[in-house]
Design a protein around this ligand. Structure first.
Ligand SMILES: *Cc1c(COP(=O)(O)O)cnc(C)c1O
Length: 373
């Protein structure tokens, strides 16, 4: 299905640039297992996130989430819960299950579309659920505006706070901290569809160097010091070529972020009086796309058909939310998830590229304004 303006359009280094890296990697005959490119990329990500933090790279963020939960909690026996939103990508709840826990879905706040702190507090206080951890999601890569209160909640409940910041590399929290610096650890995805894209890849960032060592062992079969497996691990390593792409992308990233912010600012300014509402803090995110809430589902569906008719691909993320996906239909939920249901009925996300053509910006704005009338 071809769209003139697809929802995501990854921009990668040119074949010429990549052929230089491939030649270097082939010349070194070192393709994976923590080679020089992976080492340099790990250092570069750590520098980006800021001093005092350790970085472990992964083959993707889903394995990073499994590693984070397993290294912090140990593998579960399926009896305990991990708090998570249903309004997210299925990888988080799936990682919870792979780690031996059950997701307990909590609702979100409509103004931020982020997990609702009050629900997490009530879930932890409820005798009904034995809760092992919180998997907070920085949904759409937007830093949670109450992050300090989430950290406080996890501390006072003596449970880990893992943050799925998959799309959030390059985002900042409202308190000025770079996303990556909160909780026990934060997990990034470098999938081809994220603002910082290398194809398949991810990283876990933590201020705990001991956790970083266990995470790295987890990606390498649980091996330690020539003793073989000392803990249950798997293969989650990042290849050299992927790290090389990451280094190239990082060199361009400030410019890319600036361009993405410019497109978002344009949408926000021109739609300021339209009745469309953007999630709080989206302007401090790396802007994977522009999500917006319409007054009702009818307006959203009108806008979506207008966009489709003009060749623009827009998506109603996250619809269906995870608790409506067949595998998770019987998963536990805290309350009725009414806000999640409401938000999925009237949210729409439209494309943001780093090199977006003016005519496409205008096309999208006109389609939105027309659908609101
Ligand atoms: C993309 C995404 C993931 C999965 O990342 P992979 O690198 O593809 O495994 C997990 N959680 C969220 C919220 C995502 O957006």
């Amino acid at each position: 299905m071809g769209f003139d303006v697809p929802f995501i359009r990854p921009v990668f280094p040119s074949a010429e640039v990549l052929s230089v890296d491939i030649a270097e990697i082939v010349g070194s005959n070192w393709f994976t297992n923590f080679g020089p490119k992976e080492e340099e990329f790990t250092r570069a990500i750590a520098d980006y996130v800021g001093s005092g933090y350790s970085v472990v790279t992964f083959s993707n963020a889903t394995v990073g989430l499994m590693a984070a939960l397993t290294c912090l909690l140990g593998r579960g026996d399926g009896s305990q819960y991990v708090i998570a939103p249903s309004f997210t990508f299925a990888a988080g709840p799936e990682a919870i299950e792979w780690s031996g826990y059950k997701p307990l879905f909590v609702d979100i706040d409509a103004s931020t579309v982020q997990p609702a702190l009050a629900d997490a507090i009530a879930a932890i206080d409820s005798p009904e659920f034995d809760i092992a951890a919180i998997l907070l999601c920085n949904t759409f890569g937007i830093g949670n505006s109450q992050i300090a209160a989430w950290e406080q909640l996890a501390r006072s409940a003596h449970i880990p706070l893992v943050i799925d910041s998959a799309a959030g590399f390059g985002s900042t929290y409202a308190d000025g901290r770079r996303v990556g610096r909160a909780g026990d650890c934060e997990v990034f995805s470098f999938h081809a569809t994220k603002p910082f894209a290398i194809g398949e890849g991810g990283a876990v960032v933590t201020r705990d160097p001991g956790l970083a060592i266990r995470l790295k062992e987890f990606t390498n079969f649980g091996f330690r010091d020539g003793k073989g497996a000392v803990a249950l691990g798997l293969n989650g390593k990042l290849q050299e070529i992927s790290a090389a792409i990451g280094l190239r992308q990082l060199a361009q990233f400030d410019r890319v972020l600036g361009a993405r912010h410019d497109v978002l600012a344009r949408y926000m300014k021109e739609l300021a009086l339209s009745g469309v509402v953007f999630p709080e803090q989206i302007e401090n995110s790396s802007v994977c796309f522009a999500s917006m809430l319409f007054p009702d589902g009818l307006a959203r569906d009108n806008v979506r058909s207008n966009l489709l008719a003009k060749g623009v691909e827009a998506r109603a993320y996250y619809s269906p939310p995870v608790h409506h996906q067949p595998h998770f239909e019987s998963a536990a939920r805290f309350g009725g998830l009414e806000v999640t249901e409401d938000v999925v009925s009237r949210i729409l996300s439209v494309p943001v590229y780093q090199d977006m053509a003016e005519e496409h910006i205008v096309l999208i704005l006109d389609a939105i304004k027309a659908g609101m009338n």
